[in-house]
Design a protein around this ligand. Structure first.
Ligand code: CUA
Length: 342
């Protein structure tokens, strides 16, 4: 009776609380199966142990004025064999089920979509076949997506809660993970390895599209990339075209370099507070006694040269001078300095 009550209580706790997000991938379905497989075993063990403890405490409690010793007990061979073999079988069963799921979840099938993932403090970038770069992770429905992941600095970790799979991104090696989406929708990719001050802001939007919509998205990204972002130049004159190109490149560079992960900048619609507020650059440049554009360029390429009041050195990665192309850097400086930002 006690065991039944304990099992019912434990089952209610397991079922009524939503411990896991609603699955959105084949891998998550398998992980959820392992979770319930182990949980059901745990509920059974819990019920048995709770029943034995409560019954023993009640039935063998001391009587009033009973100062005698209990009877000497020297073990029980049958009981000891049972409580060794039964848990061993259960643990082996959980191990086998987990191993099968791990191996199935690592199998990318014969025709996966390959997506390269680049992680750096504090942003994610994704590369699709045909050198298509994106700040947003877009995945096709019901297709194995194989991620090949690299880090530019420290250890990060890729996790989309509804997709279950989680894998570290480690500098110096390429790690892999497979995700097969089972429903369309929008999700969030979260960095789950403490990687610095901006760790909590290191997120990326995720969209799962059905296959035709995904192909259309990929084709659109390809044509946009192929045109070099010069699509806006045709209508204007020589000068007007060049200015709006620079402005557009500044804006896309701000997004692709992940500036918004740490900085507030109203024209880009970002409000993070890890690093200095970029809406105040004119005042900061004045305080440093430099023209705005020079101050901005220096702060990007050599972030420790001038540290804004209230902030720490060595938080901003010093690598942007190497990773940004010269025209991207020029455009970003112009964008942040307020030139051509309209
Ligand atoms: Cu990257 Cu935490």
């Amino acid at each position: 009776m006690i065991a039944v009550v304990a099992a019912v209580i434990a089952s209610l706790v397991a079922v009524l609380i939503r411990w896991l997000p609603e699955s959105a991938s084949e891998e998550m379905d398998r992980i959820t199966f392992v979770y319930w497989f182990a949980t059901i075993i745990c509920i059974g063990i819990f019920a048995l142990v709770a029943a034995v403890i409560i019954e023993a405490v009640w039935a063998f409690r001391v009587q009033p004025d009973d100062d005698t010793d209990g009877p000497p007990i020297h073990g029980n061979t049958r009981l000891e064999i049972a409580w060794t073999i039964v848990p061993a079988i259960l643990v082996i069963a959980i191990g086998v089920v987990s191993a099968v799921v791990l191996s199935k979840n690592a199998d990318a099938g014969s025709n996966p979509l390959h997506v390269k993932v680049f992680a750096q403090q504090f942003a994610w970038k994704f590369e699709y076949p045909g050198k298509v770069m994106s700040d947003e992770l877009v995945m096709p429905l019901h297709r194995n997506v194989k991620f090949e992941m690299q880090s530019a600095d420290v250890i990060h970790s890729l996790w989309i809660p509804q997709m279950g799979q989680k894998q570290d991104v480690v500098p110096g090696i390429t790690t892999e993970i497979v995700i097969t989406p089972t429903r369309t929708g929008t999700f969030t990719l979260i960095c789950t390895e403490l990687c610095g001050l901006g760790h909590a802001t290191m997120r990326a939007p995720v969209r799962v599209l059905d296959q035709p919509a995904f192909q259309a998205w990929l084709a659109k990204q390809r044509s946009a990339g192929g045109a070099g972002g010069a699509t806006s130049g045709a209508a204007g004159g020589q000068t007007g075209g060049a200015t709006s190109d620079t402005s557009a490149l500044g804006k896309t560079t701000f997004a692709s370099a992940g500036c918004g992960g740490c900085h507030t900048f109203t024209p880009a619609g970002t409000d993070a507070q890890v690093g200095p507020d970029l809406d105040n650059l004119a005042a900061d440049a004045k305080a440093a006694g430099e023209p705005v554009a020079d101050y901005v360029r220096q702060s990007i390429v050599d972030p420790n040269a001038v540290i804004a009041k209230g902030y720490q050195p060595n938080v901003m990665p010093p690598t942007f001078g190497d990773t940004l192309k010269p025209d991207e850097l020029d455009a970003l400086v112009a964008y942040l300095s307020g030139k051509g930002a309209s």
